[in-house]
Design a protein around this ligand. Sequence first.
Ligand code: ADP
Ligand code: MG
Length: 250
Amino acid sequence: MSTDLLTVRQLAKSFGPLSVLENVSLSVRPGEIVGLLGPNGSGKSTALNVISGFLPSSGGSVTFDGKDISNAPVRAITDLGLVRTFQLPSMPHRMTVREVIKAGKRTDGGRFASVSFGADIDTLLEEFKLSHVAGNAASALSGGQKKLLSVATALRAEPKLLCLDEPTAGVHVSLRSELVDVLRRYVARGGACLVVEHDMLFIRDLCTRCIVLDRGEIIADCLPSELESNPRVVEAYLGKAVEKGGMVQR
Ligand code: ADP
Ligand code: MG
């Protein structure tokens, strides 16, 4: 029997004639923080969208915690304990920052077994440096603060698997190591993470394994330390060099 928390098999996604994902197979085990990397347009967000139920797939299967969630409704997938954030989070207009985090918790009082992050609202506000804006409208936050708020809200749900789409984009560099610490603690307490990210320092600090997509296909599944010596990865990012702090984009 598989010990995977998430198993994606031969996933395909097309938009009309445009094939965006082809034969994508990957897994995330409990305790892992898996980086999903790749040049712009390689299909990372689309993969997260299909896995989390926000887009229908064109083929293949997704299994989460032993259950087939292929093309299941978002709500059913969330209830099983798979929670995700968006590359461009949008915030409700009439809710404060505190109310948004509060709403991350399941309202039926249920919790996802096995994860006990102990994510109370004040601790999350403090950890994500949002205490001073807790009473402000969430929609008035900066782009980076919205990113942090969306991660804090997702953690409030104490998910079994947290899927993050570029969590550090727009976030001040001084907060990135704090984000690494919070995510490590969450995983140490029973969680797992699939994270789309470009920032190589963040990836090296955080990820236990990396999967690299190029034009909708997986070209590497390796340790973060092996990325720079993988010719297919270097070629996909062109420029050959892996610049400090981020791979060169196409
Ligand atoms: P990444 O997150 O790796 O930058 P995306 O998954 O956002 O890439 O996009 C992969 C490809 O799919 C791009 O060519 C993009 O233009 C295309 N794409 C994404 N969403 C749609 C959509 N809703 N309709 C048509 N094409 C899309
Ligand atoms: Mg994207």
